[in-house]
Design a binder for this molecule. Structure first.
Ligand code: KIV
Length: 267
């Protein structure tokens, strides 16, 4: 029997059952298939694709059309995991109608089962309107990379009492607005715990400590594809960069030497 497909309500129900929500990013069909077979519950087609796949410096330049193309590729993997499309910068900030129309494109054209958008109380009217259109929404607070200019860079959030209070209030507002889960990015573990206890929906941490209801990481970070430094919260589970590099070097060597193709690799 095929495993039961994950839905937004099924993710929400994991808070009550106490099952950890396991989430990873993916940006293409092959990777989505592999991580789905490994048992992840939620695949986020994150706007981290801007850097990871498209080579931009941060997440701000990635366009809605680029995100839709990647989301559709992931959705074609036909996964058990819930596919969540990440709404890129300026696809929902300007108006409620933008938010609804563009969230709708993630479902209609991208094949997503839900969308994610960044922000707390400020985005509640947009969350409500997208939900009214029948599209589940995942919240995202803490370090919200679409606001790096406002935040002054990639910094751990919620370190003083005022910021801590605001993040708890934001999380409660998103939970009450109907988000099916909330991503908590880069905050003290103690605040991750406090927010997790304050809301009725699963918190999915990325650098928010072990007491969140689930965890999400960027696939290229955990498999060792990312060049250079990765954040402190990343645990590396593989070294795909070395595997690819060694294979490519061996191929270059074999073609140059005439060793490839051999008789049995020729018609
Ligand atoms: O874009 C992304 O990959 C994300 C996760 C890091 C939560 O938003």
């Amino acid at each position: 029997m095929a495993p039961k497909r994950m839905t937004a309500p099924a993710i929400t129900a994991m808070k009550k059952s106490g099952d950890k929500v396991v989430a990873l990013t993916a940006y293409d069909r092959v990777t989505a298939t592999i991580i789905d077979e490994a048992g992840v519950d939620l695949i986020l087609v994150g706007d981290s694709a801007a850097m990871v796949v498209l080579g931009y410096e941060n997440t701000l330049p990635v366009t809605l059309d680029e995100m839709l193309m990647l989301t559709a590729a992931v959705a074609r993997a036909d996964t058990r995991a819930l596919v969540v499309g990440d709404m890129p910068f300026m696809s929902y900030q300007a108006s409620v109608s933008d938010a609804v129309r563009n969230a709708g494109r993630f479902v209609k054209e991208g094949g997503a089962g839900a969308v994610k958008l960044e922000g707390g109380k400020k985005v509640v009217p947009k969350v409500g309107a997208v939900l009214e259109a029948g599209i589940p929404v995942m919240g995202h607070i803490g370090l919200t990379p679409q606001s790096i200019h406002e935040l002054g860079g990639y910094r751990v959030q919620g370190k003083d009492e005022t910021a801590r209070r605001m993040l708890v209030d934001d999380a409660v507002a998103l939970s009450e607005a109907g988000c099916f889960a909330i991503v908590l990015e880069a905050m003290p573990a103690e605040l991750g715990r406090e927010i997790t206890e304050a809301v009725d929906v699963p918190t999915i941490g990325i650098g928010a400590g072990p007491r969140c209801d689930g965890q999400v990481l960027v696939i290229s970070d955990i498999v060792g594809m990312t060049a250079g430094r990765v954040p402190k919260f990343v645990r590396r589970y593989g070294d795909v960069r070395s595997v690819l590099s060694e294979a490519a070097r061996a191929y270059v060597r074999d073609v140059r030497s005439g060793d490839y193709p051999g008789e049995d690799e020729s018609y």
